[in-house]
Structure formats: C-alpha cells, structure tokens
Design a protein around this ligand. Structure first.
Ligand SMILES: [Zn+2]
Length: 256
C-alpha cells in the first residue's frame, strides 16, 4: 500500500503526556536517532491536569528533551488531559491525521506505568488510528497541535498510510517481544529525563507526586538493568506486541 509514498519517519513514539515517551523508551529513541534513524515523538495531551508546571513549561521541557535525544521532531496534540478516549472519533482522527503526515514505519506507544486512565487507553486509541489511517475514504480533520521539528514544518499528509509494525513499551513482569540494547545511550536517556525538572524533581514549591520522589527514577534504572541482565548487557528497554517478523534466512540478532 505504501509502494509509491516514502516513509516520513522511522520510529514514532506515541505517549499520553510529554515525558512518558522518555520514561518508557528514551534509550531506544536515543540509540536509533544516533544510528541515523528519524525518530519523532507524538504527545497526545498538553498535560494541563498535571500537579506541577503549566502546559507551556512542560512543552519547553519536552523540546529540551527532544534535543538531548536527537529527535527529528516532536508534536503535541491538545486532546483533553485525563479524558483521552479511544472511542471518540475526534481523538482517533487527531492521531490518524498525524500518522498520515509523519508516515512512520514503526509506531510504539509508551503507556507505562498504567495508573493513569489516559495511559490505559493510549494503546487502543493508537491501534484504532493505525487501522483507520489505511482507509482512503476516512478523512479526519486536522487537529490542533504544536510542533517542534528543528524548524522544519510537518510534512503534507497522504491519502492513506500503513505502518509496518506496532509495539507498546513492555510492562513490568510482561512478556517482551523485543529487547533493545540501550547501554551506550543510558546516560542520554538520563539527561533527557533531567530536562523534566518540573515532573521529576521536588522543591521550588512543587507538590509531591508519585513521580517526583527519587524512587521513581531509581525504578526506571532498575527496570532497564533487569531487561539488560536478561540480554547480557548493562541496560535494555523492552517492547511488547503480537506481531512476529517474517524472515527469509537465519537472523543475525543475539537471542536471549
Ligand atoms: Zn503520563
């Protein structure tokens, strides 16, 4: 279906709030960007219900993190924080419209941890948008959004788009479909997380939350070390999904 139209990016990471992509997949984003892949982040909401910081402060933090990770671009939609709805045609249309513009080869959602209702529904919303983006008769409206792309505008949209593969970040205790070695990029992920001072650091009159206590960042590192230990490397991130690759020869990857 994509024979005549080239992919606009290699990896698109979709997350409910600006910072979830870095929490779940910052290492993969940094590693693949460093390898020359075009990596974009798509944040579904502005995070206006967050306990700390304004949407504008959170967007500025997200842009800083994108620069640290070497992303090609970041888009933030304005779906209602706390009320992202996979059954709402406008919400599906907002994501589908961006799929047709960014034309990603792979889409990964970053819904962990799944305490928040927006996190719970994000994989289902993206799954539906991916399905509809293939349908030429479906014409979603252009959603309200803002974009950072190093000065580059969003590409024009295409009538249809078919992604090659979709994954989610693997939950703790979940079954990984892929492990990605991020050992050489762990420090870059940490620097990207440090950009979100309003979310992960206490002080300056900030309200205490579950993610701005030191144990939260320690948990992220513990998880990366645990996946890494299974693979025999220092740090790894895990993806889960139901698709399997079709191969024609013995693959060269390490199995673990
Ligand atoms: Zn979130």
């Amino acid at each position: 279906m994509n024979d005549k139209i080239e992919a606009g990016c290699d990896l698109l990471v979709v997350s409910p709030h600006t910072d979830d992509a870095e929490i779940g997949l910052g290492g993969v984003m940094a590693a693949w960007a460093a390898a020359g892949r075009r990596v974009w982040a798509l944040d579904l909401t502005r995070g206006e219900l967050g306990s700390n910081a304004t949407p504008e402060e959170r967007w500025a933090e997200g842009v800083a993190a994108a620069e640290v990770l070497g992303l090609a671009g970041r888009v933030q939609l304005e779906l209602p924080d706390g009320f992202v709805d996979a059954t709402n045609p406008e919400h599906v249309g907002a994501v589908g419209s961006m799929l047709r513009r960014l034309r990603p080869r792979w889409v990964v959602t970053a819904p962990e941890p799944r305490r928040h209702p927006d996190h719970v529904v994000t994989p289902a919303l993206v799954e539906k948008a991916i399905f509809h983006a293939r349908l030429a008769a479906w014409r979603p409206d252009e959603p309200v959004h803002r974009v950072w792309g190093g000065g580059a505008p969003l590409p024009a949209d295409t009538p249809t788009w078919q992604v090659e593969a979709r994954f989610d970040t693997c939950p703790v205790g979940g079954e990984a479909a892929l492990l990605v070695d991020i050992s050489a990029h762990w420090q870059t992920k940490r620097r990207a997380l440090d950009c979100y001072a309003s979310q992960f650091a206490r002080g300056d009159g900030r309200r205490a939350t579950m993610i701005n206590e030191p144990a939260f960042l320690e948990e992220i590192e513990r998880r990366a070390r645990a996946w890494g230990r299974r693979a025999g490397v220092d740090h790894a991130e895990a993806l889960s999904g139901t698709a399997v690759p079709l191969v024609t020869d013995l693959p060269g990857e390490v199995w673990c």
